[in-house]
Design a protein around this ligand. Structure first.
Ligand code: NAI
Length: 332
């Protein structure tokens, strides 16, 4: 099988090379993203492998179909960049529904600890032989209350880690998990109670119409003054303008952001030589109490290995049995 691999980054290759070689899949890596202008690169391929910012719209699907490409293998969970309805009957679409909940939950904790213990400041200070502690006072996590919105795979790992720190958990989920609420250290509550009582809030729900801007001017004003917000889920869960205003007003004490609503043209690329056009992001990054990482929560050896393994399994399953449990089908 020949696989055209788009938006390839150096960190993608080792795991894919390993699993593909065993499966007899020949990969051609392209740094460019898949879109209307680059689709011809898929000529001769049986399948294409794409990531979150590749474009798989009607035009691309039609051209892939004409070129004889049979499968679009997403190496991520989300598929909002693929016109699934249009692909039906022409090209099969598979994805990787989960790769490592630990990677994302641990990154959320890494951001939190970095922020509240000022590790990002300490790193810069001591490199300059500045050993002063002024302005470095943090706070203990032990005994604090953390609000967790979304108690799925990642949310539950995050909760386990928080319990290890001796924190109390207030959880909210549209579909609460059975057996998680113990009436003591973990309790399911309404969003109102969660916002009102949490010292820290971490988002682990998907982006849907219901959760779009779940963190907005109103919810931020309902939070405890000085709340710490962590978002490792999807940028559009947070109204970034409202967050910026709440930080300026000292309502939000710190923000840890791995995702950003308008990230798609910026994140994953080196823009250090460019003028940043997005004033909200630039202002957020300039704040001493905001930490931004560029959608890297998933980026561990284990997750990359799981992504490659599942993608190769998806392709082999379609080839050998004509079906894959990770196929994305149109709704209805
Ligand atoms: P999951 O599907 O296991 O859990 C999601 C949870 O959110 C479920 O319990 C679900 O019931 C809940 N939920 C659904 N609608 C809700 C609503 N309206 N309000 C509150 N809760 C709601 O997903 P998983 O694997 O835990 O991933 C969570 C999110 O993490 C993903 O949706 C994705 O956006 C993000 N993610 C981020 C990555 C990164 O690199 N930063 C990597 C992987 C995932």
């Amino acid at each position: 099988m020949k696989l055209a691999f788009f938006d390839a980054k150096p960190y993608d290759k080792p795991a894919f090379d390993r699993y593909a070689a065993d499966a007899g899949i020949k990969i051609k890596y392209y740094e460019t993203k898949l879109n209307e202008d680059t689709v011809e690169l898929a000529t001769g391929a049986d399948a294409v492998c794409v990531f979150v910012n590749d474009t798989v719209n009607r035009e691309v699907i039609d051209r892939l179909y004409e070129l004889g490409v049979k499968t679009v293998a997403l190496r991520c969970a989300g598929f909002n960049n693929v016109d699934i309805k249009h692909a039906a009957g022409k090209i099969r679409v598979v994805r990787v529904p989960a790769y490592s909940p630990y990677a994302v939950a641990e990154h959320a904790i890494a951001l939190l600890l970095t922020s509240i213990r000022r590790i990002h400041k300490a790193y810069i200070r001591t490199r300059d032989f500045n050993f002063s502690l002024n302005g470095m006072t943090g706070f203990d996590l032990h005994g604090k209350t953390v609000g967790v919105i979304g108690t799925g795979r990642i949310g539950r790992v995050f909760i386990d880690i928080c319990l290890g720190f001796g924190m109390k958990v207030l959880a909210y989920d549209k579909f609460p998990a059975e057996g998680l609420d113990n009436g003591d250290t973990v309790r399911y509550v309404s969003t109102e109670e969660l916002f009102a009582k949490s010292d820290i809030i971490s988002l682990h729900c998907p982006l849907t119409e219901e959760t779009y801007h779940i963190i907005n001017e109103q919810s931020l004003s309902a939070c405890k003054r000085g709340v710490v917000l962590i978002n490792t889920s999807r940028g559009a869960l947070v109204d970034a303008e409202a967050l910026l205003s709440a930080i300026k007003a000292r309502q939000v004490g710190a923000a840890c952001l791995d995702v950003y609503e308008e990230e798609s043209d910026l994140f994953f690329e080196d823009n250090s030589g460019h003028i940043l056009e997005d004033d909200t992001l630039a202002r957020l990054i300039s704040m001493p109490n905001v930490i931004v990482s560029s959608h890297q929560a998933f980026l561990t050896e284990e997750a990359l290995s799981n992504i490659a393994e599942t993608t190769v399994e998806n392709l082999l399953a379609l080839e050998s049995s004509g079906s894959s449990e990770n196929e994305v089908l149109p709704k209805g």
